[in-house]
Write a protein that binds this ligand. Structure first.
Ligand code: SF4
Ligand code: SF4
Length: 410
C-alpha cells in the first residue's frame, strides 16, 4: 500500500518535470521562430517531393524521440524541431581530413528523414559544396559570422596540425592557418560540433608518429566541443544532436570525451546481435570458416566492440540496412580516441598484445574502465574458448557429438 503511494507520487513528479521541460522547449522554439529567418524549404514539401509519406515521418519521430531518451509525449516537439531544422544557420569548416563525413552524409541513394534534414540544412558556408571560391568564399564566411553572430552552429570536419606554428594547413586567399580560422569562427558561434574522428581527436593524421602534431579541435583551441565521433559518424547522431539543440537551446549531456550520451552511452558489444555467441564462446577463428558462415562472434578476428562506445548496432547505416558487424567484419573502435594506435592490430584481439600486462593495457586504452574491460573480455574469450575447444574435442571423439548411455557410465 505504502509502496503504491510512493510509486504514484514518483510518477506524478516525473510527469510534472516532463511538462515543465516541454513548456521550456515550446518557449525556446517560439523564440527561435521569431529570431531566425523562415526555413529555406518547408519540411512537408521536401518530404513529399522526395517520396517520404506523413506516416514514415511520424514513424521517424517516434524512433528519434526514443533515441534521444525522451518519453513518447515529446513526439510532437521533435516533429516541430524537425520543421525548424533548416532555420539554424550552419558554418561548416574543413581542416585535416578526407571529406568522407560530408560524402557519407550527402550521398544516400534512398533518402530518409535524416538525409532530407541534412539536405535542407541552412548552410551559410561549406567549402566542398559552395560554388564560391577565393575572396568570394571568404566574404560569405565573414557575412555569415556577422549576420548570425552567436546564433550559428559551427560544424568542423577535420583536425588541426599544430606543427610549424600551424603552417602544415593554410587555406583561403590570405593563407590563414587552420588554427587561426578555427579560432576566429568558433569564437562567434553559438555551439561547435566536431563531426567525425578527425575533428574529435585528430584520427589518422594524429596516429603515430603524427608528423604534423595534429590534434582534435577541442584540444587545439582549448574549448568544449560537442563530439560526434566515428569514421564516418552516423548521420542520425548528428541530426539528433541538432534537434536536441533546437528543442532545448543547449547541447545534450556529454560523456568525458564530449560525445552525446544518448548516442555514445553504450558499447557496441552491448547492442551486438552476435553477443549470444560471445557468451556461448562461439567464435569465428578464420575468415570464411564455419563460424563465420553461422554468424558467430568476431572477437578472435579483432572485433573491438567490447571497448567501443557507439550506437552503430542500434541505428545502423544506409537507412538502417546494415552495419559493419552485421556485414561480417569486427568493429575497429573508430569512435574511441587514437584508435589507430590503441586498437591495433585491427584484425587481432588486443589480448594477444596485452594479456598478462594489465597496466600496459590501461595505459594504451587511456581509460581505467575500458582497460579493465579489455582484461576481463580477453580473459573471457581465452577461458571460454579453452572450455569450448575442450567440448568440441570431446564431441569429435564421439562422432555425432553425443555420448551413448554406455559411454556416460564408463
Ligand atoms: S566481440 Fe564484437 S562481434 Fe563479438 S559480441 Fe562483442 S561486439 Fe559483437
Ligand atoms: S562498428 Fe565500430 S568501427 Fe564500425 S563505425 Fe561503428 S564504432 Fe566505428
Amino acid at each position: 500500500m505504502q509502496m503504491g503511494r510512493e510509486d504514484s507520487e514518483y510518477n506524478k513528479n516525473v510527469r510534472k518535470q516532463y511538462r515543465e521541460l516541454m513548456k521550456k522547449c515550446q518557449l525556446h522554439m517560439d523564440e527561435l521562430e521569431r529570431e531566425l529567418p523562415p526555413p529555406r524549404e518547408e519540411l512537408a514539401t521536401a518530404l513529399k517531393d522526395r517520396g517520404v509519406s506523413r506516416r514514415d515521418f511520424l514513424k521517424w519521430t517516434s524512433v528519434m524521440t526514443a533515441a534521444l531518451m525522451l518519453p513518447p509525449v515529446f513526439r510532437p516537439v521533435v516533429a516541430r524541431a524537425a520543421e525548424n531544422f533548416s532555420r539554424i544557420p550552419v558554418v561548416w569548416l574543413h581542416f585535416a581530413e578526407c571529406t568522407g563525413c560530408s560524402e557519407a552524409f550527402l550521398r544516400s541513394s534512398y533518402p530518409n528523414v535524416d538525409d532530407i534534414l541534412l539536405e535542407t540544412i541552412s548552410l551559410e558556408y561549406h567549402e566542398t559544396l559552395m560554388a564560391a571560391s577565393g575572396y568570394q568564399a571568404e566574404q560569405c564566411l565573414e557575412k555569415a559570422m556577422h549576420d548570425f553572430n552567436k546564433k550559428f552552429i559551427c560544424v568542423i570536419e577535420g583536425g588541426l596540425p599544430r606543427g610549424m606554428d600551424g603552417k602544415f594547413l593554410t587555406l583561403g586567399p590570405k593563407g590563414k592557418t587552420g588554427i587561426e580560422t578555427a579560432r576566429e569562427v568558433t569564437s562567434k558561434a553559438a555551439a561547435v560540433i566536431c563531426i567525425g574522428a578527425c575533428a574529435v581527436n585528430g584520427n589518422i593524421q594524429a596516429a603515430k608518429p603524427n608528423p604534423t602534431d595534429a590534434v582534435g579541435i577541442g584540444k587545439a583551441l582549448g574549448i568544449q566541443t560537442i563530439n560526434i565521433a566515428g569514421c564516418p559518424p552516423n548521420a542520425v547522431n548528428f541530426t539528433g544532436t541538432i534537434l536536441h539543440y533546437i528543442m532545448f537551446g543547449a547541447p545534450p549531456a556529454l560523456d568525458s570525451l564530449g560525445r552525446p550520451v544518448w548516442a555514445y552511452g553504450k558499447r557496441i558489444h552491448d547492442y551486438c546481435e552476435r553477443r549470444s555467441h560471445y557468451d556461448a564462446a562461439e567464435f569465428v577463428n578464420e575468415w570464411g570458416d564455419d563460424g563465420a558462415k553461422k554468424g558467430w562472434c568476431l572477437y578472435n578476428m579483432g572485433c573491438k566492440g567490447p571497448y567501443t562506445y557507439a550506437n552503430c548496432g542500434k541505428v545502423r547505416f544506409n537507412d538502417g540496412v546494415s552495419w559493419p558487424i552485421m556485414a561480417g567484419h569486427g568493429c575497429i573502435g573508430c569512435t574511441e580516441t587514437a584508435f589507430w594506435d590503441t586498437m591495433a592490430p585491427l584484425e587481432k584481439p588486443i589480448h594477444e598484445a596485452t594479456i598478462g600486462g594489465g597496466e600496459r593495457t590501461v595505459d594504451r586504452i587511456g581509460a581505467v574502465l575500458t582497460g579493465a574491460t579489455v582484461v576481463g573480455v580477453a580473459a573471457h574469450a581465452v577461458l571460454s574458448g579453452i572450455r569450448h575447444r575442450g567440448e568440441q574435442k570431446e564431441q569429435e571423439a564421439h562422432g555425432d557429438g553425443r555420448m551413448t548411455e554406455e559411454e556416460k557410465h564408463d
